[in-house]
Write a protein of this length. Sequence first.
Length: 179
Amino acid sequence: MSKNTARIGVINVSDRASQGVYEDTPGKSCVELLKEWLATPFEVSYAIVPDDQAKIKAKLKQFADEDGCSLIVTTGGTGPDPRDVTPEATEAVCDRMLPGFGELMRAASLKYVPTAILSRQTAGTRESCLIVNLPGKPKAIRENLEAVFPAIPYCIDLIGGARLETNEAVMQAFRPKGG
């Protein structure tokens, strides 16, 4: 990885996708959104893992600690089903939680579906990596990530991750003046 290239992790959490029962469209849609919104060159660490807390935690740690990701987005495993354990895995590996991300994502989703209140998306930091949990449907991924993405590059700046610049024509990040 070159010095000017960021690394971003994408993890699709799904029992069925991890078993090859169906195609991994959520993870792929995340990568496409990031390519659309980011001007900064980046490489992707990518995984499909089952709804298993230990496996999710291990992959989050690997991507943050070994691969050097500045951002990790997860898709799936955020509902109330007993198998949905992505938020628990995220909380277990994070140094600090950022509840505003989940609050804003649920508020954005409520514009589309009343069941948004069932979602348990969250976000937190692990050293210089921001981890954001997203829902598992591509349409909801876009709606949720679009709501919080303007704050993501500045958050990563604050924790010492790679600087991410957005493609201003399609996604504008917020940074304080002089940032």
